[in-house]
Design a protein around this ligand. Structure first.
Ligand code: SF4
Length: 329
């Protein structure tokens, strides 16, 4: 397996993913992609958007996933529900190549064939043109934080239309780089922190160096950087959550690596493991050609790991803590 030079490729991809002078972001168009085949309904917004239905329970043998449903409904002042729909836009670049990614890799390299530079005002106009538009916008990827300006630009575009209290904004981050601090001004960071209707989710890509490397194709040492970046984000006033993927091959010992991982998270904030949701990996069309890893073994690994994850959560937290709505933790 070729190991990705994350820092080098991140800067190169950023140049392909953003037009700072015109405040535009390279946005994926799904037309003709493998990802399009997995969409439950056709792409919208001229091919640049899709509607995603987030569901609390995707599998009977896996814990419920309250993200982003519970924080979104809370911020929107809506009643509890088991699902929420979101208008998704994807930026067209990502610095990693997770074998389980549901996005075609050809949609992650800033290819002009599958993307165009759009201003956030254009994205908001396209969103508003949907008659049946959801109350949530998900800025996804790709890796949105290669172009962290996307978040404050989108906030400004929503404010311009007077939508800042009506639309919940959610964005993903793979915890791979410090561009949030490198490229955003203090004022932009402070605007993000004070934007009430925004929450951010970060994604841990494994439970140790080995599983991280096999999952992402990036150097295993960056597993530790994920935790360092998470600690930096946790020190901001942003409403933060995280996913973790537990897929691992036989070299990973979840009995020891999961407790160690949770110890490190608890050192950042004691109850933060309760804001981390294990994501079950399912098979998607774009995964069929990714034969450099043993997908069957990795998928089996997540089944063993989830049992240990649950036992550790039960050992570390009371029933009351586990019942607390995720946004109150
Ligand atoms: S970090 Fe996310 S977008 Fe990038 S390859 Fe991994 S799953 Fe896909």
């Amino acid at each position: 397996m070729n190991i990705i030079d994350t820092d080098d490729i991140s800067e190169k991809l950023r140049l392909k993913g953003i037009d700072t002078s015109n405040q535009k972001i390279s946005i994926t168009n799904f037309s003709g992609s493998d990802q399009e085949k997995d969409l439950t309904e056709p792409a919208n917004c001229d091919g640049f958007g899709r509607i995603r239905h987030f569901k609390m329970k995707n599998s009977s043998d896996w814990p419920a996933n309250p993200l982003p449903i519970v924080p979104a409904l809370h911020k929107l002042g809506k009643d509890k529900a088991n699902e929420i729909s979101a208008q998704v836009f994807q930026n067209s670049i990502c610095n990693w190549r997770c074998w389980y990614c549901f996005v075609d890799f050809k949609l992650l390299s800033g290819s002009k064939k599958y993307s165009s530079f759009l201003h956030c005002d254009e994205l908001v106009d396209m969103y508003l043109s949907n008659e049946d538009r959801p109350s949530m916008i998900d800025l996804s990827g790709g890796q949105p934080d290669l172009t962290p300006e996307w978040i404050p630009w989108m906030m400004a575009a929503l404010q311009k239309k007077g939508l800042e209290k009506e639309v919940f904004l959610w964005s993903d981050d793979n915890l791979s780089n410090d561009f949030f601090w490198k490229y955003l001004s203090d004022e932009q960071i402070s605007d993000i922190e004070s934007y009430e209707m925004y929450s951010k989710v970060c994604c841990f890509k494994g439970v140790d160096e080995i599983s991280f490397e096999v999952n992402t194709q990036a150097d295993g040492s960056l597993f530790h950087r994920q935790l360092e970046l998470f600690q930096r984000f946790a020190a901001t006033n942003i409403d933060m959550y995280a996913y973790i993927t537990l897929t691992a091959d036989k070299r990973t010992q979840p009995e020891t690596s999961i407790p160690k991982f949770l110890d490190r998270i608890q050192k950042i904030k004691n109850e933060f493991p309760l804001r981390i949701v294990p994501l079950k990996i399912f098979t998607f069309t774009p995964m069929k050609d990714r034969t450099s890893v043993d997908q069957t073994e990795l998928l089996l690994g997540q089944e063993k790991a989830i049992e240990i994850w649950q036992k550790e959560i039960d050992r570390r937290f009371t029933h009351e803590q586990k019942q607390t709505p995720i946004y109150m933790i």
